[in-house]
Design a protein around this ligand. Structure first.
Ligand code: C5P
Length: 227
């Protein structure tokens, strides 16, 4: 079986990373969550007080980009990779609602994208990779052998995210999450640099009414046709 590149893009909270992790495990591929990288840069900006109410001090952040190092470290308990920001494991912190509220403002900065896209391209040089995000099939790997575009209704996405955060004990309402999901969709879709759009050759999967198993099987079928 020849290793391929699988690019999974789509709207916020469509379960991209859940299915991507499962695929990577099954195929023994590398998995890269690019949203986590944008979240780590956002956390870095927040900690330095360069971010208030989704307003970013862009020049400060860009000036300090060379001092941000993002790595992934295998977490045997979860069976996945944790995000390491300048040597510190920030996997839990980057998932907090405060980071979600600010991340799209950071992700629209050209220099931030330039830095992260360069790293992402390097990670995929040897193929055998599943990468999820917003611009993987359009910008990072335009030649990926398989491109998936995941979507689902905003209400269903917000409900899934709500259940997940409630389970983790976050004090949050469904309405706040729905607002955040719609807000991120809006910024991600309308930004000038690498907006969230379906690549021409991507296969769209609306998973509003699909189980995780059904999504996995649908994509595995497409993989088998390509390897
Ligand atoms: O995937 P996740 O929801 O964790 O991504 C967080 C945010 O990072 C997205 O809402 C988007 O603004 C940004 N992002 C991006 N390009 C990517 C991955 C994520 O702009 N490839």
């Amino acid at each position: 079986m020849k290793p391929i590149v699988i690019a999974i893009d789509g709207h916020s909270s469509t379960g991209k990373s859940t299915v991507a992790k499962k695929l990577a495990k099954e195929l023994q591929y590398k998995y890269v969550d690019t949203g986590a990288m944008y979240r780590a840069v956002t956390l870095f900006a927040m900690r330095n007080n360069w971010l208030q109410n989704a307003e970013v001090d862009e020049s400060k952040l860009v000036e300090n980009l060379p001092s941000i190092e993002i790595n992934f470290e295998y977490n045997p308990e979860a069976g996945t990779n944790d995000v390491i920001l300048n040597g510190e494991n920030v996997e839990n912190e980057i998932r907090a609602m405060e980071v979600s509220e600010n991340v799209s403002s950071v992700a629209k900065i050209d220099k931030v994208r330039e830095k992260l896209v360069q790293t992402q391209k390097q990670l995929g040089e040897e193929k055998g990779i599943v990468m999820d995000g917003r611009d993987i099939g359009t910008v990072v790997f335009p030649n990926a052998e398989l491109k998936i575009f995941m979507t689902a209704s905003a209400d269903i996405r917000a409900q899934r995210r709500y259940n997940e955060l409630k389970e983790k004990g976050e004090d949050i309402t469904f309405e706040e999450i729905l607002k955040n999901v719609k807000h991120r969709d809006h910024i991600d879709t309308n930004r000038e640099n690498s907006p969230l759009i379906q690549a021409e050759d991507a296969i769209k999967i609306d998973n509003s009414h699909l189980s995780q198993e059904e999504q996995f099987e649908t994509i595995m079928h497409l993989v088998r046709e390509r390897v």
